[in-house]
Design a protein around this ligand. Structure first.
Ligand code: IPD
Ligand code: CA
Ligand code: CA
Length: 267
């Protein structure tokens, strides 16, 4: 019998919450080493341990389904039409290592390249964001929706910056225009939570280039909550828009067009 989407959501929530307990314990016990990946990007033992835990759980419950995950299989399943799990075991690794609380586990499930299930669990904030296709979006079981922001001067914008410092310079014109026209900027350090914060109206807009595992689950949650999802660039032919991570722009519906016009000239 085919596995229902509700079963997938429930399993993903259970796995994310269990992973959250591993993350909290690792931090309490300070039982993780840190190193730099590719010379610039922080990774801890906990990132790898949690990715391994989630991967084994998904294998057990959904045998044979592909998994794309940041630490274990970052290339797996890109471009596939087959069922695909997309996992960021710790989104906000720098926050995790520094003792900050914006940290999340992000799990999405896609079929035919379309995001069907999204779970983002924040173990230090005790919040779990969930959504499945056509079913609305929730935080700790309560329905959520984006803000009613309708003008740029009242638009609080979440964003992030690449680990590669040399790549940050190109973002300066964009930052200048956001700071000139919008209310302000937040850089909270976990893309999945930034996107969920659009979904529940705490932030009004989010713009960033990330990786597929950073946004796949948040994208489903924001979409189901009623946020407007788009990009400052076109998605290449044949690539799933639910996995293409470049120049994402996710906003409350009332400010998308204006912000898109403002930032497109700075992309
Ligand atoms: C990072 C966070 C951050 C974003 C970076 C991501 P990580 O993920 O989501 O907010 O600005 O682009 O790489 O490395 O902590 O999983
Ligand atoms: Ca991440
Ligand atoms: Ca990560």
């Amino acid at each position: 019998m085919a596995v229902t989407i509700e079963t997938r959501l429930a399993e993903a929530v259970r796995i994310a919450e269990e992973a959250g307990r591993i993350i909290v314990k690792a931090r309490e016990e300070k039982s993780f080493n840190q190193r730099l990946k590719a010379g610039i990007e922080l990774v801890t033992d906990a990132d790898v341990a949690v990715d391994t835990f989630i991967s084994k759980e998904l294998d057990k419950h959904f045998p044979g389904e592909l998994q794309l995950s940041e630490e274990l299989s970052p290339e797996q399943g890109l471009g596939t039409k087959a069922p695909l799990w997309v996992v960021d075991p710790i989104d906000g690794t720098v926050n995790f290592a520094q003792g900050l609380r914006h940290v999340a586990i992000s799990i999405a499930w896609l079929e035919e390249g379309v995001g069907k299930v999204g779970v983002v669990h924040a173990p230090f904030l005790n919040e779990t964001f969930t959504a499945c296709e056509g079913g609305g979006a929730f935080c700790n079981g309560k329905p959520i929706k984006p803000s009613g922001a309708s003008e740029l001067s009242a638009t609080l914008v979440g964003t992030g910056f690449p680990y590669d410092r040399a790549a940050r310079k190109a973002l300066m014109p964009r930052l200048e225009s956001i700071l000139t026209h919008c209310q302000d900027i937040r850089r909270n350090g976990a893309a999945a939570l930034d996107i969920c914060d659009i979904a529940c109206g705490r932030l009004d807009a989010y713009v960033e280039t990330v990786s597929p595992w950073d946004f796949a689950a948040g994208w489903v949650i924001a979409r189901e909550a009623g946020a407007t999802l788009g990009r400052l660039v076109d998605v290449p032919e044949g690539v799933s828009k639910d996995l293409y991570p470049k120049e994402l722009l996710i906003t409350a519906p009332g400010v998308f067009d204006e912000l898109h016009a403002l930032l497109s000239s700075k992309a």
